[in-house]
Design a protein around this ligand. Structure first.
Ligand code: COA
Length: 258
């Protein structure tokens, strides 16, 4: 059985990490399959939005596979972390909005996977955490960095040093989850958000993601300059002509991504 499933419907690609008996833990094979699907989706014009979720009703992803972690040494550990980071970087930079539908435990690599996505919508049974400290390691797939950027230094220190789980409600309070919904409403809610994004202007979406991501990596004057250039690119798009015309003609815009 595949470790990762994917299904394309109405230009929304749903990717499901599919190891429910291991709480969807990420082993190397799963990471490779995930990366292949994300890379294909990046180049596929039929895909407008990506949803990532976990199989079953217990876990989004309960972390990197601890049985593989147990056999690492300095060199293989670095390779594993570097590879996981590159997979998550591909998600973050795929040029299309990616929503994490967090349907349960999002721990370690699962929390890091959710943070590489652009939006996190969680069910009320979800639990987030970076518990690596309890295994004698630190996060290797971006947890010390993306968590700090999302929730600030204080909360990131707390979650990374204590390694305790935080509830979905707490995750929403600190900005780690965008919304929390009852478990049964997770997929309908995520689908609704994905549909809204799929009907939005693709170039502007991509430029927004890029400007926010790039901007966080540089000083404000450079970040603002990047925004100026991205704004200029949007102004040269057919989507801008369509969006402004639709507003003035009091009709819904139909964006072509050109
Ligand atoms: N890697 C490998 N296997 C994992 C796993 C992981 N990160 N997380 C869970 N599993 C496996 C368990 O070993 C168990 O397998 P088994 O049935 O073959 O023994 C199965 O998934 C179910 O997990 P279990 O621990 O029995 O479920 P639980 O409901 O009692 O506890 C958790 C759930 C999430 C609290 C617990 O599984 C856990 O702490 N997982 C590890 C989380 C973690 O440290 N992640 C960071 C890794 S770097």
């Amino acid at each position: 059985m595949a470790n990762v499933l994917s299904q394309l419907e109405n230009r929304i690609l749903t990717i499901t990490i599919n190891r429910p008996d291991k709480l969807n833990a990420l082993n190397q094979a799963t990471l490779r399959e995930l990366d292949g699907i994300v890379m294909d989706a990046t180049d596929n014009d039929e895909v407008a939005v990506i949803i990532i979720t976990g199989a079953g009703d217990k876990a989004f992803v309960a972390g990197a596979d601890i049985s593989e972690l147990a056999t690492t040494d300095a060199m293989t550990g670095m390779q594993f972390a570097r590879y996981g980071q590159s997979v998550f970087n591909h998600i973050e930079n795929c040029g299309k909005p990616v929503i994490a539908a967090v349907n349960g435990f999002a721990l370690g690599g699962g929390c890091e996977l959710a943070m590489a996505c652009h939006l996190r919508i969680a069910s009320d049974n979800a639990k987030f955490g970076q518990p690596e400290i309890k295994l004698g390691v630190i996060p290797g797939f971006g947890g010390t960095q993306r968590l700090t950027r999302l929730v600030g230094k204080g909360k990131s220190m707390e979650m990374n040093l204590l390694g305790d789980m935080v509830s979905a409600d707490k995750a929403e309070q600190i900005g780690l989850a965008n919304w929390v919904v009852p478990q049964g409403e997770l997929l309908p809610t995520v689908t609704k958000v994905a549909e809204q994004l799929a009907n939005s202007a693709p170039i502007a979406l991509s430029m927004t993601i890029d400007a926010i991501n790039k901007g966080l990596e540089c000083a404000l004057p450079d970040a603002l300059d990047y925004e100026v250039k991205a704004f200029g690119i949007c102004c040269a798009s057919e989507d801008k002509n369509e969006g402004t015309a639709a507003f003035l003609e009091k009709r819904a815009a139909k964006f072509a991504g050109k």
